[in-house]
Write a protein that binds this ligand. Structure first.
Ligand code: ZN
Length: 162
């Protein structure tokens, strides 16, 4: 178990120095991709810098920065990928509660301009006292590689139903 704040602070300090888009960088993306959820137009990855355990990110394969520029095919597939991702996270983390968020635009506090949605499972067992999911201090017990394994392998659950 580790506290996220330090790692995320380092991430925030370093991300602004990157000249290339981190979501267009295939090397960066490789170890985070959940292949069982990724579709024709969308990647699903396990965040290297999660807000909470199970933090996945849905990312357009094409570099776009606003929903206005999505094609009709990308829009149609978006709801399918969101539903599949939510169902899979719900099964793995035994919950029907989620936070789903997007930051669009220069002043939105986004760290990466490339269009992406955070999706985070919430349950009664862990993080029950968190008032705001997008603040920086939460206890993280799963590495992004653990989450990729959990998502891509069938019949694996993190928590038992209570
Ligand atoms: Zn990009």
């Amino acid at each position: 178990m580790r506290v996220l704040e330090k790692k995320r602070s380092v991430y925030n300090a370093n991300i602004s120095k990157k000249k290339t888009c981190q979501f267009c960088d295939k090397k960066n993306m490789a170890e985070q991709i959940c292949t069982s959820l990724t579709s024709h137009h969308w990647f699903v990855i396990a965040s290297k810098y999660p807000y909470m355990d199970g933090n996945l990110i849905i990312i357009s394969k094409r570099h776009v920065e606003d929903i206005d520029t999505l094609s009709s095919e990308e829009r149609k597939e978006w709801f399918e990928i969101l539903e599949c991702t939510k169902q899979r996270l719900g099964k793995v983390f035994s919950t029907t509660s989620f936070n789903i968020s997007i930051n669009i635009g220069e002043y939105s506090a986004r760290s990466i301009a490339h269009l992406h949605w955070q999706i985070i499972p919430r349950d009664r067992i862990s993080n029950q006292n968190a008032l705001n999911i997008f603040q920086d201090i939460h206890v993280i017990s799963l590495d992004h590689k653990d989450v990729v394994r959990l998502i891509d392998e069938r019949n694996v659950q993190v928590h038992e139903h209570n």
